[in-house]
Design a binder for this molecule. Structure first.
Ligand code: HGA
Length: 612
C-alpha cells in the first residue's frame, strides 16, 4: 500500500527520499512522486506512473532539489493509477501533501471546495485535504494550526506528510489509522511509513500514535495528541539491519525469503524452549500465565495468509487443549455482531502489524469489553497491533519484502505451536504434549532444509503449469488450510486461477471441473487421514485429472500415468502443515518465474494492507 517518506535536512534530500521510496516498493504501488521546496522557495514536484525507477529517470532528466521534501508510492484507492492522480498533491502551489489511507467524506468536501473556487486536477480523495490546508492558511492559520483544524473535518483513516511554501523549514505529519514513524537524525529529521524507509539515515525512531500531529524541523520535534495537547513519545533504538532488505545472490526476494525459512524459524524459537517446557517470556505482557489459565474460549482474527495460519492454529488448539477456538477474517468480523463469550482470548495475526481490518476488529472487541486478553502474533516490533494488544508473541522472520508471504507464514505457525504449549502449561494439562511439541520444533529447521532440497524437482514440475488456466488444491484436516495457502500463492504471483478444497468436499461440486486439463495438487502426509485422502485421489484419477501429490515414502502412493508423486521427508504429524507449505511456495514461485510475472510485486496487490 501507499508509502510515505519525508525529510528536512541541511543536505539535499531528493536522493534520501528516492532511496526511501525504493525501500517501500515492497508494499506494492502503481505510481510514485516527490516534491521539494527548491532554492527559490518554490514548491516543485515530479511524478511518474509505474515504478520508482521511472520517477528516478524523470528526475535525472529534470532534476529538482531542496532541503525539505516529501515523497510517495501510491496504491490507488480513489482514481485510476495515472500521473495526474499520483501524489504529492498540491493546492495553489502553496501546499504539498502525501497521504496513505482513505478520506471517506471526500465527496462532500470536494463539492464544498469547488463552490469556493478550488480547482481539482485529480480524482483522488487526497486532493481535498491539500485544498483544505490551503484554505486554512489563507484564513491565517500557521501550518500546524491548519493541520489541526483540517483533521477535525475529516472522516476516515490517514497518515499525511505536508510541506508548504509559507513555512519552508517545517514538515507537518499526522496519523489516524495508517502507520507513520519519525526518524531522528543529527540536525536533520525524517518521516516514513515504516522504519525500513529510513534505515540508511537513522536507527532512532518515534512511533506516532493514532490522533497525533507532529511538527518536524531540523532541530526539533513537537507532537500533539488527539486532544491537541503537547505530548512526548518515547524514542526507540532499532537494531534492524539496513542490509536485511538486500537481495544478495537471489533473483527475487520471494525465493530469498523461502530459503531463509530454516534460519527465520530457528530465530523464532531461540530462547523460547527450555528443558521444562516453553518459556513464559515467549509472550510479552502482563500476567500472561495467570490469565492464560483462565482462558475458556479463543477467537482468532486475521486476513489473507495470516488467516490461513490461524486456521491451522485452530486445529492445533482444539486438538491439544480443551479450549474451543473460532476464527474469522477481520473484514467480516469487524462488521457483525458476536455474542459475548466468557474469558475469551483474542488473537490477531498479521505480518506487518498494520493490517487495517485486523486493527479495526481488535478495536471493536476492546470497545465491547469482550476479551480477557488480546494477543498479537506479529513480525514487526512497535507496530500498531503490538502496541494496541495486551500481549505480543513476536515472530522473528526479519523483514519480508516479497508481497506473497512465505517466511512470515511458517514462523506464525511456529508461534502458534509455542502458544499451544503455553496454554497446556497454564491449564496444568498433559506436559508430555508440550514435550512432543518442543521436540518437534527443535527438528523443524532441519526438516525445512530437507524440503527445500526439492527445489530443482519442483522447478522442472512447474513447466507443466505454464499453459494452465486453473488448478485445484486438496488437503484434509490441518492440511486443508495449507491447500488454501498453496492456492492463494499460485493466484497471487502466477495469476493462475486456483481453488482449494477439503478433499472430502470434492464430490459435492468441484469434481465437475475435473478433466485431463485440470491439475490437482494434493498435500498428503502420512497421517490418520491418509487413507481417506487416497480414496479422494482415486475419485480424481478415475475422471482423468492430472494429480500432483506431495507425500512421504510411507504413504505408499504409487505413481501412475496421470499421478505424479513428489517425495517429502518423513515429518512428525504436528509439523506437517509447516513442512508441506515449502513445496507449494516453491511451485508457485517457479510457475510465476516461467510465466514472467512480477514475482515480488504482483499486479494490484500490496504488502502491508493499511487501507480497509
Ligand atoms: N486514497 C489515496 C491513497 C491510497 C492509499 O493509501 N493506498 O494505500 C489515493 O487513492 O490516492
Amino acid at each position: 500500500m501507499c508509502g510515505i517518506v519525508g525529510a528536512v535536512a541541511q543536505r539535499p534530500v531528493t536522493e534520501i527520499l528516492l532511496e526511501g521510496l525504493r525501500r517501500l516498493e515492497y508494499r506494492g504501488y502503481d505510481s510514485a512522486g516527490l516534491a521539494v521546496i527548491d532554492e527559490q522557495g518554490q514548491l516543485v514536484r515530479s511524478r511518474a506512473l509505474g515504478r520508482v525507477a521511472s520517477l528516478q529517470e524523470r528526475l535525472h532528466k529534470e532534476p529538482i532539489e531542496g532541503h525539505i521534501g516529501i515523497a510517495h508510492t501510491r496504491w490507488a484507492t480513489h482514481g485510476v493509477p495515472a500521473e495526474h492522480n499520483a501524489h504529492p498533491h498540491f493546492s495553489n502551489d502553496r501546499v504539498g501533501l502525501v497521504h496513505n489511507g482513505i478520506v471517506e467524506n471526500h465527496a462532500e468536501l470536494r463539492a464544498e471546495l469547488k463552490t469556493q473556487g478550488y480547482v481539482f486536477t485529480s480524482e483522488t480523495d487526497t486532493e481535498v485535504v491539500a485544498h483544505l490546508l490551503s484554505r486554512a492558511l489563507e484564513n491565517g492559520d500557521d501550518l500546524m494550526q491548519a493541520m489541526l483544524n483540517v483533521r477535525s473535518q475529516l472522516i476516515g483513516a490517514y497518515s499525511f506528510a505536508v510541506i508548504a511554501h509559507d513555512d519552508p523549514e517545517t514538515l507537518i505529519v499526522a496519523r489516524q489509522g495508517s502507520p507513520l514513524v519519525i526518524g531522528l537524525g543529527l540536525g536533520e529529521n525524517f518521516v516514513g511509513s515504516d522504519i525500513q524507509a529510513l534505515l540508511p539515515v537513522t536507527s532512532r525512531f518515534i512511533y506516532l500514535e493514532n490522533g497525533d500531529v507532529a511538527r518536524v524541523k531540523r532541530y526539533g520535534i513537537e507532537i500533539f495528541d488527539v486532544n491537541n495537547r503537547p505530548i512526548e513519545r518515547p524514542v526507540k533504538q532499532s537494531n534492524v539491519n539496513s542490509f536485511a532488505s538486500d537481495l544478495g545472490e537471489y533473483r527475487h526476494f520471494m525465493l530469498k525469503e523461502i530459503f531463509e525459512q530454516p534460519s527465520a524459524i530457528a530465530a523464532t524459537l531461540e530462547g523460547r524452549i527450555a528443558a521444562n517446557g516453553i518459556n513464559w517470556g515467549t509472550i510479552k505482557g502482563q500476567q500472561v500465565q495467570e490469565r492464560l489459565a483462565q482462558v475458556e474460549s479463543i477467537q482468532i482474527i486475521a486476513c489473507g495468509t495470516s488467516f490461513h495460519s490461524g486456521l491451522v492454529g485452530r486445529y492445533w488448539i482444539e486438538a491439544l487443549t480443551d479450549i474451543p477456538c473460532q476464527i474469522e477474517v477481520a473484514s467480516e468480523y469487524r462488521y457483525r455482531r458476536q455474542p459475548p463469550r466468557k474469558n475469551q482470548l483474542v488473537i490477531t495475526i498479521s505480518q506487518s502489524g498494520e493490517t487495517a481490518d485486523t486493527l479495526a476488529a481488535l478495536e471493536k472487541i476492546k470497545q465491547e469489553g469482550s476479551c480477557l486478553a488480546s494477543l498479537t502474533i506479529c513480525n514487526v516490533p512497535e507496530s500498531s497491533l503490538t502496541r494496541e494488544s495486551d500481549w505480543s508473541l513476536m515472530t522473528v522472520a526479519g523483514p519480508e519484502i516479497g508481497v506473497a508471504s512465505t517466511k512470515a507464514f511458517t514462523t506464525q505457525l511456529v508461534a502458534l505451536q509455542l502458544l499451544v504449549g503455553l496454554l497446556i502449561q497454564a491449564k496444568g494439562g498433559d506436559i508430555s504434549k508440550v514435550e512432543q511439541l518442543s521436540n518437534g520444533l527443535r527438528q523443524l529447521p532441519l526438516l525445512i532444509e530437507q524440503a527445500l532440497n526439492l527445489n530443482d524437482a519442483i522447478e522442472t514440475l512447474a513447466e507443466r503449469f505454464l499453459e494452465k488456466q486453473h488448478a485445484l488444491f486438496l488437503g484434509r484436516g490441518e492440511m486443508y488450510p495449507i491447500a488454501l495457502e498453496g492456492a492463494l500463492k499460485l493466484k497471487e504471483i502466477s495469476y493462475i486461477h486456483a481453488e482449494a478444497y477439503p478433499a472430502g468436499e470434492l464430490k459435492h461440486g468441484p469434481l465437475a471441473l475435473v478433466d485431463s486439463e485440470m491439475p490437482i495438487i494434493t498435500v498428503a502426509p502420512n497421517t490418520a487421514l491418509l487413507e481417506k485422502l487416497k480414496s479422494n485421489l482415486e475419485e480424481v484419477r478415475s475422471r482423468g485429472g492430472e494429480l500432483y501429490v506431495f507425500a512421504d515414502k510411507e504413504a505408499h502412493i504409487q505413481p501412475f500415468s496421470n499421478l505424479h508423486v513428489l517425495e517429502m521427508p518423513h515429518v512428525p504429524e504436528l509439523l506437517t502443515p509447516i513442512v508441506y507449505t515449502i513445496p507449494l511456495q516453491l511451485l508457485s514461485y517457479h510457475v510465476a518465474v516461467l510465466k514472467g510475472t512480477d514475482v515480488d510485486k504482483p499486479r494490484n496487490l500490496a504488502k502491508s494492507v493499511t487501507v480497509e
